[in-house]
Write a protein that binds this ligand. Structure first.
Ligand code: ATP
Ligand code: MG
Length: 404
């Protein structure tokens, strides 16, 4: 089995040696049974958070009141969560209280889907109280217990259902599906950030093409910022086409969002920014998406200046060009060629620095003109009008006399 898993076995051993139970739970159990690469290892235990803290030298409190402690063993982090049940949900997203319990079975009752509610012990014995293995074999996403109740408790689970469908290529079991249609409006109570995390995983799922319309069929689309059912229908189908052609290149979160925005007709920097802000994306993410959307157009026109190429992040050029190449919209990666041919990749590569400029001009102290000179030189070098050597730059500065 997975080496990540092997390495984690002593962690369970450590907890057991203190007289508590410990199991692998959730996604890692599911992924092992599916022979997939596991993401992270979650451990459930009868030990209380303080008890866990006492057993391991390196621990982090990441949500002690909910029972979760991260322990670090041999540089690897493990999330250990005390068996718990959840109290009433009155706000459609968080339990009013959690109660720690001492057995695994009770803990599995709070989990979202049967395929996510299985556990392994240290010996590799499977604990499956809700028919998770059967659903895994039947490719079904089914709520643990009553679907309506489970989605009423936590509306985010509806987004999780479609995200697992897209990641695993599974069907949503009928009763669970009906419950989503009935309760979709409760998604309004969930923070956009948590929705975004599930939505991105949905967009990047390996079976996205087959599952894209779930967003519309469930009716969830209506409750996503900036979407309507109708818009989602066309955008998801356009995006699926992109995916059909690009099994590899599109598996990048920024690129997927960039393609999606393009299909939505959101292509002006200011509208991109406000849309992505609403979705709580970071400024760095927004910057990259804006660049990528601009780059889509350069490729179409097949002309782009070296100055423009210089000002894009190379990683964005690569992401866009890999995608366009894989979808055969371009037959060779000419922007990458332009990039590789650039005489300098950043200001740091200029053969003179600010101090050199002062020496050349015989200045005693710096001022804004130093920066202006460097900007000018940078541009000339990129446009191949000035060779990037000390002597050529020195001659250029001396001949020009002054910067205006
Ligand atoms: P991934 O591979 O994306 O990490 P995962 O199944 O591990 O998938 P997580 O979000 O890491 O998903 O959650 C870990 C486990 O916690 C889930 O498998 C599930 O048992 C439980 N869980 C997570 N979120 C919820 C929720 N909103 N409601 C009920 N159970 C949940
Ligand atoms: Mg996980």
């Amino acid at each position: 089995t997975d080496p990540l898993f092997q390495e984690a076995i002593p962690v369970l051993g450590q907890i057991e040696s203190h007289g508590y139970e410990a199991y692998f739970v959730g996604g890692c159990v599911r992924d092992i049974l599916l022979n997939k690469k596991i993401n992270d290892i979650d451990i459930a235990s009868s030990a209380r958070p303080e008890e866990v803290e006492a057993m391991f030298p390196i621990t982090f409190d990441v949500g002690k009141e909910h029972g979760t402690i991260v322990v670090v063993v041999d540089k690897a982090p493990y999330e250990i969560t005390t068996f718990r049940t959840e109290g009433d949900y009155t706000d459609y997203r968080r339990p009013d209280e959690v109660n720690f319990v001492r057995n695994l079975r009770e803990d599995t009752l709070r989990r979202d889907f049967t395929i996510n509610a299985m556990a392994f012990d240290r010996q590799g014995e499977l604990y499956d109280y809700h028919g998770g293995l059967k659903d895994l074999n039947d490719h079904l996403i089914r709520c643990v217990g009553n679907a309506q109740e489970r989605f009423l408790e936590d509306a985010l689970r509806m987004m999780r259902a479609i995200r697992f469908a897209s990641q695993l290529g599974f069907e949503i079991e009928q009763e669970s599906f009906n419950a989503i249609q009935a309760l979709k409006a409760n998604l309004q109570h969930i923070s956009i950030e948590r929705i975004r995390i599930e939505f991105s995983k949905f967009l990047l799922g390996h079976s996205f093409t087959e599952k894209a319309q779930l967003l519309v069929n469930t009716g969830l689309a209506e409750y996503l910022p900036g979407f309507t059912q109708e818009l989602a229908g066309t955008v998801m189908s356009e995006l699926s086409k992109d995916f059909k052609d690009t099994p590899n290149a599109l598996r990048d979160e920024r690129l997927v969002w960039a393609r999606m925005l393009k299909h939505m007709g959101i292509i002006q920097p200011e509208t991109i920014r406000s849309f992505l802000k609403e979705w709580t994306h970071s400024n760095a993410f927004i910057k990259d998406v804006i660049q990528m959307i601009q780059l889509f157009d350069y490729f179409k026109e097949e002309h782009v200046t070296s100055w423009e190429v210089y000002n894009y992040d190379f990683s964005n050029i690569q992401r866009v060009e890999d995608f366009l190449f894989e979808t055969q919209r371009i037959d060779h990666k000419f922007v990458e060629d332009i990039y590789n041919a650039l005489p300098i990749k950043s200001k740091k590569d200029i053969a003179v620095n600010g101090k050199d400029v002062m020496t050349i001009l015989d200045l005693k102290k710096g001022g804004p003109e130093i920066g202006a000179w460097l900007d000018k030189i940078e541009r000339l070098i990129i446009e191949m009008e000035l060779e990037n050597t000390y002597s050529m730059i020195e001659a250029y500065i001396k001949n020009s006399g002054s910067i205006d």
